[in-house]
Design a protein. Sequence first.
Length: 381
Amino acid sequence: MKKITALLLVLAIMLSLGVCGASGQKAEEITVTDMIGREVAVTPGSYRSVVCIGAGALRMYSYIADVNLLCGVEDIDNTTLENRPKMFDSVARPYVLAYGDVFATLPSCGVGGPQAQTAEAEKILSCNPDIVISEYEDVEKEDALQEQLGVPVITLKSGPKGVFDDSFAGSMKLLGTIFGQEERAETLVSFVETQTAEISERTAGLAEADKPGVYICGLGNWGTTNHLMTAQNYASLNVAGVRNIVTGLATDGIQSIEEETFVALGDEMDIIIMDAAAVKNIAPLYQEDPTLFDTCKAWQSGEVYLEMAYNAYYTNYELALINTWFLAKAVYPELFEDIDLTEKANEVTKAFLGQELAEEIAACPSSFGGYQKIDTAVFFG
């Protein structure tokens, strides 16, 4: 009995001193620079109680670190709660599909969602985290929150190119450093780079004059949108070497164009790629005015395709990559005839989240069965 008691005492002392590495050495404190330039002292591999706040933070954390370390979750990601933001519940969010059962067991660290743009310090404190992963990209507010909480607050960022942006890779590597998952982070970043290169290489030899004109629409932006929401510098189109017919806008980000502009582009629309999250908004508009797409060449020829939700509480990074494979295959079927989208979706979700989720993604109500060429009469009739 004395020996057992002594062993338990030694174990308790070791735990109180912090997590030891494989060499037996106590993890050392280092200073990291987060994705908005803040220098923060952290002790890699030592954290056992984690909270993620702000759009995209929990998703990115789920790609790299252990969700079993979470000690709180925003209400928007706990689908068992009745009183919570529900605007994305029907839309595929793979991190929730993968780990929703874990999120459902955790207390609230805040409401979350597009309308909640301030960290809720009291709720965060009630979860007793030893580190906070944040997507509130404001230096002064993050510094103030860190001082109030008394634990490191690390801010992530993805950048305008989403999954293809250097900031996304930087966020993955930062998480890898903090949680002792450097190899995991490098593997994921390398996977994205390899996939990106393969897509681009397949279309690299195409002449611009031979490329059909593509219109991307319905992209989520602070909620679901409609056929007028587009982007002139959509990263997936760029990676796939696709000719985007939208040009001349004031900015590159996701934005709405005028109805007159949409009508004027109709003759150039050889192919329409529609975001699945927007169907619920576009359908009633079409039923109210069946002439809505009469000027669109793609609508008349049946060249309308459905991609999965690009944004749903910020960017679905794994879906953004799968979307790129899908639209590349839709636009250039002969160059991607060997690609099975279900197999590709499973490959990508396995790389990001450790699970093959193609079936679950397609089963979400606002996925309408998954990637496909749309029968507009069925969808909107």
